[in-house]
Write a protein that binds this ligand. Structure first.
Ligand SMILES: [Cu+2]
Length: 215
């Protein structure tokens, strides 16, 4: 039996300690329990049980009870034939400065906090300019996004709350509830028109093997 599988089982068993393992298994396999806050009633089993970001511990344990049998069978056979939660595509454009789809705006975005911790609310700054570099003021920016591979959105409702001058805008309420590939979609509207841009952001796993203590 793989040590990592034991780790998961141990974590599943140790309800008293309310210890949950975020177990990165071997190079290829990750078992995670993926409980999406956006879709709390839905557990995504992506070729494995995804156990990564636990936003609702009670619900998590319910889920774990259900899938414990499966976990035990899998691990006792030593057949953790999982490719893990989907890996991040390696051709993603990770640039946080792009022109919008119809080239109306040049938009830059950056987090005001680095590194970005999982599940921690933080703010970003968005800078909007014309392609020739003039700052765009009085713009309205709608924000959406989520994890395209998991089919869920942000756990929060990020919003642009303030215009900071010089074409800069404050985006508050950003929170990434798990590691992996996130899309940040902005729709910018000003007197120049409405145009959209999608940024890709990869949130790294804090450690290859981590034990998270709940509460
Ligand atoms: Cu996700």
């Amino acid at each position: 039996m793989l040590a990592s599988a034991r780790l998961v089982n141990a974590a599943v068993s140790s309800r008293l300690n309310k210890v949950v393992a975020t177990a990165a298994l071997n190079a290829n396999a990750v078992i995670t329990a993926h409980v999406s806050k956006a879709k709390q009633k839905r557990v995504v089993i992506e070729g494995a049980v995804c156990l990564q970001s636990i936003t609702t511990p009670q619900y998590f344990f319910k889920v774990i009870k259900m899938y414990r049998k499966i976990l035990l069978i899998i691990s006792s056979l030593g057949l953790i034939a999982v490719s893990g939660c989907m890996s991040v595509p390696n051709n993603l454009n990770l640039s946080l400065g792009r022109t919008t789809d119809q080239n109306i705006y040049l938009v830059e975005a950056h987090s005001l906090v680095t590194p970005i911790d999982i599940n921690k609310m933080h703010a970003w700054e968005i800078k909007v300019r014309t392609p020739s570099g003039d700052p765009v003021s009085n713009a309205h920016i709608d924000v959406s996004g989520g994890m395209p591979q998991h089919g869920h959105g942000f756990p929060t409702q990020p919003k642009v709350t303030k215009e900071l001058g010089d074409g800069r805008y404050l985006l508050e309420g950003m929170k990434f509830s798990m590691s992996g590939w996130w899309e940040i979609k902005l729709a910018v509207t000003s007197k120049l028109g409405t145009d959209r841009v999608t940024f890709n952001k990869v949130i790294e796993q804090p450690g290859s093997v981590a034990i998270a203590r709940l509460q």
